[in-house]
Design a protein around this ligand. Structure first.
Ligand SMILES: [Zn+2]
Length: 261
């Protein structure tokens, strides 16, 4: 149905409001068709426009945009991680309703004593696969590295910035699905730690899924975030599906397959 570039479907319908003429015939009223909230329904072109500006894939580099569950090179070590992540995406509606998080983590303190690596095990690669699958399924989502997220906030402090800090934060607070690659990497100054903590707190509610990867086991986040780490830990323990990815460093060993952190 055409919206004539209004973005909404403005359909006039005839309804019987009980009015009758002298002969008892129905006098129909012409009204605008509205949804349960009293607004005209959104046109597909408008939904498409929102989606074009808000999908995980658009936040990735070109080489990352073609990483999918189907074309990842799997082996005995990483297969179950990919299966677990795919399962999470398959149940994304349930997770959205509940406000579930997914925390994909390594930790050198847990890996090294076992002769394994916490790095290069494919956490970012897996996060890209999740994001690209969500895009394919047309879920509104944002993929961002922690570093880029802080850059986005800081760039609003420039005089010529078109966006305010509030607008940037609003986007990250409210997008249904947020994927943060390499969280807890920053040397947090108080400023950065507070921003990140408030963002995570704002996302701690039904209707929002937050997918994070990082190099700290959930009980060691206080080492990365001095002031709020234990609060973030308890959110993650309470809210997140946990996935520990330690194993072979695929970058160092130059094995084929998922090669990023
Ligand atoms: Zn339209």
């Amino acid at each position: 149905m055409r919206c004539q570039d209004t973005g909404t479907i403005n359909e006039i319908i005839r309804v019987d409001k009980g009015d009758r003429d002298k002969q008892g015939n129905v006098i129909y009223r012409e009204v605008l068709k509205v949804d349960a909230n009293g607004n005209p329904p959104l046109c597909d072109c408008y939904k498409e426009q929102i989606f074009v500006n808000c999908n995980a894939t658009s936040g990735m580099k070109p080489g990352e945009q073609n990483r999918f569950f189907e074309n990842a090179i799997l082996d005995q070590e990483n297969r179950h991680f990919f299966q677990q992540a795919k399962k999470f995406v398959d149940s994304i509606d349930v997770h959205l309703k509940a406000g579930t998080w997914l925390y994909i983590h390594g930790d050198k303190q847990r890996a090294e004593p076992r002769g394994l690596s916490a790095f290069g095990t494919g956490k970012s690669y897996l996060t890209h696969c999740i994001g690209n699958e969500l895009t394919r399924l047309k879920y509104r989502s944002i993929y961002v590295t922690e570093q880029k997220l802080f850059q986005d906030i800081k760039s609003t402090y420039r005089k010529d910035s078109e966006e305010s800090e509030e607008e940037v934060l609003w986007r990250y607070h409210n997008v249904p699905i947020l994927l943060i690659d390499d969280l807890f990497k920053s040397q947090y100054k108080d400023w950065a730690e507070d921003k990140m903590f408030h963002l995570l707190e704002a996302r701690n509610c039904p209707g929002r899924v937050t997918i994070i990867n990082g190099n700290y086991a959930p009980n060691r986040i206080d080492i990365a975030m001095e002031r709020n780490g234990s609060a973030v830990s308890s959110r993650i323990f309470g809210q997140a599906v946990l996935m520990e990815m330690i194993g072979t460093d695929r970058r160092r060993n130059k094995l084929r397959g998922p090669e990023s952190a």
